[in-house]
Design a protein. Structure first.
Lengths: 381, 444
């Protein structure tokens, strides 16, 4: 059983009381809070405008408030996000921002814009053909439009210095997150997958400078932390959005540790830095968002996601992969056969689980336990 | 609309037979392209795509996945189910796009709906028209083991700025030029720009002509009904880049004008007009005939009217057929001219593509305008689990219409998967809707 560490407790508290954090930040700073629908929104620019970007997430509670607005066949996460807005839980937001990522979350954004009062609804047309050289000048121009919209809204010019500072804060945050993740490469990681999930979620809800401070404190504490648990099988989770802490808790209670991930609210959020080339900050930002760990909706015609997953498997000593498939998500679903074949070729077994707003933890536990037994078969014989 | 019982003159379309022949020829050509006798370049991809772009390579045929899957579901529902099951065994989720599943299932079973083995393309060329499209042919090309390229169709938002529009035109134009370079490199063929220019001119003309046919259906009584339209719109989908499609729509337009001038109705008892939303359940098109028992004419849908583009729209002002660039003096002399004109045409006039990505007031207002312009009394929404794109924003459309006092009904189903359609329930919903608008079945 893990010994409670104060920084992790703080982080978990922020995640579980995310709205109170944002409201307190807003009251303290007098600045705006921007709800963000996807990790492809270039938050650095909003941060440079003095805002707090917060990732909109669901609450994992069954709901029926979205039915009049969003057909039930759209992904549970997008409906859960819209439900939070309709229930008034994000009533402190000054504005919302989305990027062209998928039809599901776009609809949540459109319905939110239509029915809920916000000062601004901003949209960045993020290209899907990220592998095309044409995407770079296009996205750079789009980011210029986004910057202009933020300036018009705030009445404040976003200077190069503002952008430099924001990029620096975000890059620092990414490096500190890598430092936390790198600790999970060890044979007995000092931090569990569940705890890391809280750290990653807090990252997406907090002022990055404040999160950086917590990360520094956490890294200091982790230097000497020893977990009183058998790490068990080393697993990776791969999928779309996942903030289901109950699921991770269950997996890590039955003889496994989640040591790394490839999903929307995990490494895909922070895995790539902004590399500033020349004086064009927006071009550098565009490059980062085009070259980052891709959502399957952007992973074509060549597959760049699989080699990245393969590298993570190798670097983190992964023994098995749980594919956490959000129901109704076509781009991720379309990748499943090829992904499982890719992992199988590399000798990595997979377990496919379909996720909804709530998951059948009991039934999943049985399947996870069986999966762990198959991973441990070689040890038996 | 008056609920009085009426009886208009009616007769089948003369053009219907030609439409069927052209479609059958196309699918035969696809199959024959794989034989020694009929061998030609076979290119696979989505028809909501740059089907005319390969024209410069010379003789080829484009095998579009979506209409193929629709044909399969319509003509052989049990076979379509077998395709779905094959896809599920392969590891693809049941809630994926049903066109995708039907097509991939055909490939896995090596069964071509039109007879013989499943035609495997020489390469795949796709446009990421929705979240599934580029992933569909990525999987197929890997399975078949041939090259693959895709472009990104990023439509204007309903409130797109002029700067945003220019950026999107540049992005798409550049990708089209790159796609041509890729095809030349992949095939080793010489590319003749003049052939491309002719193909895009055909595309502009074809889609504009079909839009003109659709506008004539604003007439009361409607000259075309939904079920007939499915035989007509499909040629713009399949072969809009070819001269025989242009000729067909010229013939159809003449016939439509004649029918309108002579008050020839598709539904002789028309007394109530519905607009449909989304694709139909292809295996259950008889629901439109059921509507006719009440004197209801389904006079069109954003789907078949808009699937190949060709609509010039300004919110609150007009919705009209777009004028082809060649008729507006737009230069079409070079490869770049053709690609730019094609990109501009799609982005400016492909409203369906816009509605697939972006919902909200923009889409709601388009549907309301269509209902008004086509003199419709209500909307029938297919809550279509088989196509996320067409289902985008449907509930908001329903809400907007309800608030505007326009009758609207919904029914759940799946464009391509017969297992997800409950016919008795759908007919019961139609009955209830008819009762709500004061219509009963017309006795013979």
């Amino acid at each position: 059983m893990a010994v409670a560490i104060s920084t992790l407790d703080k982080i978990k508290d922020i995640v579980q009381n995310r709205h109170e954090y944002a409201k307190e930040w807003k009251a303290r700073t007098g600045r705006k809070v921007l709800g963000v629908f996807c990790t492809y929104v270039p938050e650095e620019i909003a941060y440079a405008a003095g805002m707090l970007p917060v990732r909109l997430l669901g609450s994992h509670e069954p709901q029926d408030v979205t039915e009049p607005y969003l057909f039930g066949m759209f992904c549970p996460f997008s409906r859960d996000v819209l439900a939070q807005g309709l229930k008034g839980r994000y009533d402190y937001l000054n504005g919302i921002a989305a990027s062209h990522t998928c039809m599901h979350i776009n609809q949540s954004f459109e319905s939110w814009s239509l029915h809920l009062p916000v000062e601004r609804s901003l949209f960045v047309s993020m290209p899907s053909h990220v592998q095309s050289p044409r995407a770079r000048p296009f996205l750079t121009a789009q980011l210029e439009l986004f910057k202009t919209q933020l300036e018009e809204w705030t009445g404040k010019t976003i200077t190069d210095e503002d952008l430099d500072r924001a990029i620096d804060v975000y890059n620092t945050n990414r490096r500190l997150m890598w430092d936390v993740y790198n600790l999970r490469k060890s044979a007995n990681p000092p931090i569990t997958g569940l705890e890391t999930m809280y750290v990653a979620l807090a990252e997406q809800m907090m002022d990055k400078e404040e999160h950086n401070q917590l990360l520094r404190e956490l890294l200091e504490e982790l230097k000497t932390r020893k977990l009183d648990r058998n790490p068990g099988a080393r697993l990776m989770i791969v999928g779309s959005e996942d903030d289901d802490t109950e699921f991770l808790k269950m997996v890590e209670n039955v003889g496994a540790t989640i040591v790394v991930d490839d999903h929307c609210t995990g490494t895909r959020y922070f895995w790539n830095e902004v590399e500033c080339i020349g004086d064009n900050r927006l071009e550098s930002l565009a490059n980062r968002y085009l070259d980052r760990s891709p959502c399957p909706n952007r992973d074509w015609p060549a597959r760049r996601r699989f080699p990245l997953i393969g590298q993570m498997v190798k670097d983190f000593g992964v023994q098995g992969v749980i594919i956490i498939q959000q129901k109704f998500c076509d781009p991720h679903e379309a990748d499943i056969p090829a992904l499982t074949a890719f992992l199988k070729k590399g000798g990595i077994p997979t377990l496919f689980l379909e996720f909804d707003v709530t998951v059948p933890v009991g039934q999943f536990r049985i399947r996870v336990e069986a999966f762990l037994e198959t991973i441990g078969q070689e040890d038996l014989f | 609309m008056s609920k009085e019982k009426k009886l208009y003159n009616s007769k089948p379309f003369d053009s219907w037979k030609l439409a069927k022949e052209l479609r059958a020829n196309h699918y035969r050509e696809i199959a024959e392209s794989r034989t020694d006798a009929g061998k030609k370049l076979l290119i696979g991809g989505g028809t909501e795509s740059m089907i005319g772009l390969p024209a410069g390579l010379g003789d080829y045929v484009f095998f579009g996945g979506e209409p193929y899957a629709a044909s399969f579901s319509a003509g052989d529902p049990q076979g379509a189910i077998e395709c779905m099951e094959a896809t599920e065994s392969f590891g693809l989720a049941r809630d994926l796009c049903s066109y995708f599943r039907n097509y991939v299932g055909s490939l896995l079973l090596d069964r071509y709906y039109f007879g013989g083995p499943f035609p495997k393309a020489d390469f795949y060329l796709q446009t990421h028209f929705c979240d599934t499209h580029a992933k569909w042919y990525q999987l197929v090309s890997e399975k078949v083991g041939v090259p693959y390229h895709s472009t990104d169709l990023l439509p204007y938002r309903w409130d797109e700025t002029e700067d945003g529009k220019k950026q999107k035109v540049e992005y798409l134009t550049g990708q089209l030029l790159d796609a041509i370079d890729w095809m030349v490199k992949t095939t080793g063929r010489v590319y003749e720009d003049e052939l491309l220019i002719q193909a895009v001119k055909n595309e502009f003309r074809c889609t504009s002509l079909w839009a003109q046919c659709a506008v004539l259906n604003q007439n009361v009584p409607a000259a075309m009904d939904e079920k007939s339209m499915y035989s007509f719109y499909i040629l713009a989908v399949l072969i809009r880049h070819r001269p025989e499609a242009v000729r067909f729509y010229e013939i159809l337009l003449d016939e439509m004008k004649d029918r309108v001038a002579n008050h020839i109705a598709a539904v002789p008892t028309e007394r109530f007009r519905l607009l449909h939303d989304s694709q139909p359940p292809w295996y259950a098109l008889h629901i439109f005939r059921y509507l006719e028992k009440f004197g209801v004419a389904c006079v069109g849908a954003n789907y078949e009217y808009g699937l190949s583009g060709g609509w010039d729209y300004k919110e609150g002002e007009y919705l009209r057929p777009a004028v082809p660039p060649q008729d507006r003096g737009v230069p079409l002399k070079t490869r770049e001219d053709a690609c730019r004109a094609l990109a501009q045409w799609w982005l400016d006039y492909h409203l369906l593509a816009r509605g697939i990505r972006f919902s909200g007031p923009g889409k709601n207002n388009l549907i309301v305008q269509t209902i008004k312009d086509w003199n419709c009394d209500g909307l029938m929404i297919h809550l279509n689990r088989g196509c996320e794109g067409l289902a985008t924003g449907q509930m908001e459309v329903r809400l907007a219409l309800t608030e505007a006092g326009i009758p609207v009904m919904t029914y759940e189903g799946n464009v391509g998967d017969p297992r997800e359609f409950d016919e008795p329930r759908t007919l019961a919903r139609i009955d209830a809707f008819m009762e709500s608008v004061g219509l009963d079945i017309i006795e013979d």
